[in-house]
Write a protein that binds this ligand. Sequence first.
Ligand SMILES: Nc1ncnc2c1ncn2[C@@H]1O[C@H](COP(=O)(O)OP(=O)(O)O)[C@@H](O)[C@H]1O
Ligand SMILES: [Mg+2]
Length: 227
Amino acid sequence: MIAIRNLTKRYGGVAALSDCELEIGAPGIYGLIGPNGAGKTTLFDVMTGLTEPDSGTVLIEGRDVTGFSPHRLARLGVARSFQECRVFSEFTCLENLLFGARGTRAEALRLLELVNLQRYRDEPAANLSFGQRRLLEIVATFMRKPRILLLDEPASGVNPALLELLLESIRRMYEERPCLFLVVEHNMEFVMALASEIVVMHQGAVLERGSPEAVQASPRVMEAYLG
Ligand SMILES: Nc1ncnc2c1ncn2[C@@H]1O[C@H](COP(=O)(O)OP(=O)(O)O)[C@@H](O)[C@H]1O
Ligand SMILES: [Mg+2]
């Protein structure tokens, strides 16, 4: 479903991505971890067309999509949420879900229920707590029926009381429509509980990949974090 080949992206003297290689063949919930500055967000930026790589290719379902616009990639089924959380604050929760969606109002209401926001359906998203806005952003992204869903630090800044709901919501979305979730996350407990497979990035490339248990036991991974 995803094949990243020799991807390189420099910002001045910094190689955000350096000959990065990654293949993911099947739907599932995958975690993407790595120390700050490892290149995780840059990889998402390239995969969603927000930045062009200096070299290398991105293949989605076998098709070379390198350099495609965000709009075109979205139409091909690649969607994302943002590290800083992007919702339309002045629009209601329901409107946020229906905007650009490929689903019915009934579906939107059901997804609001899934994240326990049904009672805010007609309230502007600005009235929600940060964690609730994140939940809204994620279900709004899911409403677009992506085949590949990239979540950038969904748990960051979320009140611990909402974390279990967030975890459960992502699981339920996946069960409902198994797409490929790739989740960047710094909260280790969260990502290890959520993902069935973990990819570890370090210095712009993939360092390790495996089950949560294997990755947590990996000396190379530990070293990268202690770096
Ligand atoms: N727009 C940008 N301009 C300059 N440097 C950037 C930009 N985006 C990322 N970088 C640099 O590239 C490296 C990788 O960043 P990033 O992909 O955000 O890492 P991560 O998400 O893993 O923390 C960092 O050193 C970061 O400072
Ligand atoms: Mg990042």
